[in-house]
Design a protein around this ligand. Structure first.
Ligand SMILES: [Zn+2]
Length: 301
């Protein structure tokens, strides 16, 4: 984002803040406060890139969230959406992929402060210690978590979620066996690794194109409690609770603050995504927001 655009967003967010705050409090009173879920990939002071934020930036995000929001887990997000009981401004923190550096600063910080977090892991990369393709393509193959680290995170109370075996793009996969490998068998791998049930799935890239009916069907059949997208949206009461909508934990603090203060334009701009969910075969209509600062594919692995 250019510095002029950023300055404009800064000014807009500052001006809009009192109105948005009042609107959020009013919605909370009625049990209808939109719930935020942010996603991160890597927190580290080395090798900065589009999917890394520094330790200081992450600390600033978490301090801000703790000051202004109730910090909750994904199960609590779902409970509030399902029951129309969203009485506080709330946020849930998630991570995707499984970067080794996250155990140095980010995870210890969250664990020490007792902040709920869901950590989505790409199982084959972790099991075989293979760097992620998006890093290899940049010529910087960064270390991934080890199985031991994932187990320790789970033991420390971090919820471990599934992010496929091989970080696949479901918009390009049509073979039912491959879909089963990347969803159901990835869940089995992960449950064996950590000795616990894995409840949530996060789509790699997480844009509307990746949320295919075929993949969602297997997610439902495999016993997941829900799936996460990553294209930028809020979770609103009375909407589809199985689909957890997330936005990027943006290093540009102004952009993050704009999301956190509940930008009404992002709610208005929601296209509709429909899917069938087994086994109840309930028909779910989900509205997805594509805002003006929709995260690029580069920032939504
Ligand atoms: Zn990813």
């Amino acid at each position: 984002m250019s510095s002029t655009k950023l300055a404009a967003l800064n000014a807009l967010t500052r001006l809009a803040r009192p109105v948005r705050r009042a609107r959020l409090l009013q919605a909370a009173k009625q049990g209808r406060a939109p719930i935020s879920i942010s996603f991160y990939h890597r927190v580290s002071d080395t090798h900065p890139n589009g999917w890394t934020i520094s330790n200081d930036q992450f600390l600033r995000h978490i301090d801000h969230c703790q000051q202004h929001f109730e910090m909750i887990g994904l199960d609590e997000v779902q409970r509030r959406v399902r029951t129309s009981q969203s009485h506080t401004a709330a946020i849930s923190i998630t991570f995707d992929d499984g970067y080794g550096d996250n155990v140095d600063f980010a995870m210890p910080l969250l664990i020490q402060r007792g902040i709920p977090c869901t950590y989505f892991v790409t199982t084959a990369n972790v099991r075989d210690q293979i760097p992620f393709e998006h890093d290899v393509n940049l010529g910087v193959p960064l270390p991934v978590n080890t199985i031991g680290q994932i187990r320790e995170l789970a033991d420390a109370g971090i919820e471990i979620g599934c992010h496929t075996r091989n970080h696949v793009d479901f918009s390009k996969i049509h073979d039912p066996e491959v879909i089963r490998d990347e969803v159901a068998r990835a869940k089995d791998d992960l449950e064996q690794m950590i000795g616990r049930r894995v409840r949530y799935f996060a789509f790699p890239f997480g844009m509307p194109a990746q949320l295919t009916q075929a993949a969602i069907e297997v997610i439902g059949e495999s016993g997941f409690d829900g799936f996460c997208s990553a294209f930028g949206a809020y979770n609103l009461v009375d909407r589809d609770w199985f689909h957890l909508r997330r936005f990027h934990g943006d290093p540009e603090f102004a952009r993050l603050q704009n999301w956190l203060s509940i930008d009404p334009r992002k709610i208005r701009q929601e296209p509709t995504i429909r899917y069938f969910l087994p086994p109840a075969r309930s028909f779910i209509e989900t509205r997805a927001t594509i805002g003006e600062s929709t995260p690029s594919l580069a920032s939504a692995h």
